[in-house]
Ligand binder design. Structure first.
Ligand code: NAG
Ligand code: NAG
Length: 278
């Protein structure tokens, strides 16, 4: 008896764990590439926003822009060396002079803001402008928006705003499902109840089976827990159906019921007998 209890307890624990695993499925995915990003001002909320971007890690996002005379390649990487350049979060490479990249923003000077379906990532402390913008340091803003169909979309250049005295920036955009609102749980209360019910049924069947086999020493169909009880239930249900649904031979019913009543009488005893082990 004790053994069966501990077995049932064990299976129940396994079931509970399984349910929790399903529930926590989305949270199981963890990695910590974003810890490489240095925040301009360390804050827990910005860290949390950065963590939402984890699925974008380990990838160079590139885009080429072509003007009349010039062509540039911009590369962005999440908290990692963009295009392999040390410290660079966003880098601009002049395609006519690829050996001299311009760092637009450094990932050790990051800021991050976010809403339900977007994250704005800012890399500051880029290389200083030569003439524009009071020779300030360049800054990259990457606007990441939710697109549930794309894990990683294409990087696009929106604009370079440098014709002013201060606070110039390069603006990029990127679509990703990483910033989409998290669906709290894929499972409704109803399906959780069904899962728990199935778990309990499994515990009942397995525990009862083990008890019947190992302790009572039953063989064949007898190994089913409370076999006789369920057979009885089946028979009574059949009788009930028969009684309710059959339209003819009403006169014969009393005699018929008399027969059916017999097992009913010693049934409580029998039922107790079989319930006891559970
Ligand atoms: C990004 O590109 C650079 C240069 O091509 C490469 O060295 C680096 O490994 C790439 N990073 C990733 C994560 O693919
Ligand atoms: C980022 O790295 C550069 C170069 O190593 C350093 O000068 C700068 O202070 C760092 N910035 C932050 C915010 O850690």
């Amino acid at each position: 008896m004790k053994e069966v209890n501990s077995r049932s307890g064990g299976s129940f624990l396994v079931c509970t764990l399984a349910v929790q695993l399903v529930l926590c499925w989305s949270e199981v995915y963890t990695s910590d590439i974003t810890k490489r990003c240095g925040l301009v001002s360390e804050s827990k909320s910005e860290r949390t926003i950065l963590e939402r971007l984890e699925p974008l890690a380990h990838k160079n996002f590139s885009v080429v822009t072509k003007g009349k005379t010039d062509s540039y390649t911009y590369t962005f990487q999440l908290c990692g060396e963009a295009a392999g350049f040390a410290e660079a979060g966003v880098v601009q490479v002049d395609n006519s002079n690829p050996s001299k990249p311009t760092i637009i923003g450094r990932f050790n000077a990051t800021r991050a803001f976010g809403g339900s379906d977007w994250v704005m990532l800012i890399y500051e402390k880029g290389d200083a402008y030569d003439g524009h913008c009071s020779k300030e340091k360049r800054k990259a803003i990457v606007m990441i928006s939710c697109d549930s169909k794309k894990v990683m979309g294409e990087l696009e250049v929106v604009l370079e705003d440098r014709d002013r005295d201060h606070d110039c920036f390069y603006l990029f955009e990127l679509d990703s499902s990483a910033v989409c609102p998290v669906v709290p749980s894929q499972l409704s209360t109803g399906s959780i109840i069904v899962i728990i019910g199935l778990c309990l049924l499994a515990v009942y069947l397995i525990g009862g089976f083990l008890y019947q086999r190992l302790i009572v020493g039953a063989k064949g169909m007898e190994q089913f827990p409370n076999y006789a009880f369920w057979v009885e239930v089946g028979n009574l249900t059949a009788d009930g159906c028969d009684f309710v649904c059959r339209s003819r031979n009403r006169e014969e019913a009393p005699a018929y019921r008399g027969v059916a009543a017999e097992p009913l009488e010693d049934e409580p005893e029998e039922r107790d007998d079989h319930l006891l082990p559970m």
